[in-house]
Design a protein around this ligand. Sequence first.
Ligand code: SF4
Ligand code: SF4
Length: 91
Amino acid sequence: MAVKITDICISCDACLDECPVEAIVDNDENPTGADTYYVYADKCVECVGHNDAPACADACPTEGCIVWDETGSSSVEREDRGTVGSPVVED
Ligand code: SF4
Ligand code: SF4
């Protein structure tokens, strides 16, 4: 499981260095070509074993930008994860 950065990302760079497993790349490296940051789902571990909550979402200033994703080969997932597509950080 993983989290996903959506198209309202403003490429502010606040999340990149917060990721403990370097799962995030910037807009220049986004493999989809979108002008947003991107989470490699096969690398993201939802911060399990690293932080009490997904650090990228905690750092992100754009409300609702980072949501729960369902794709990815990682089997790691938080027990308290939300439904797919819902914001990781609710206001
Ligand atoms: S949830 Fe954690 S592991 Fe996943 S991309 Fe965000 S900071 Fe990285
Ligand atoms: S912190 Fe949020 S708005 Fe900033 S680059 Fe990361 S996902 Fe985009």
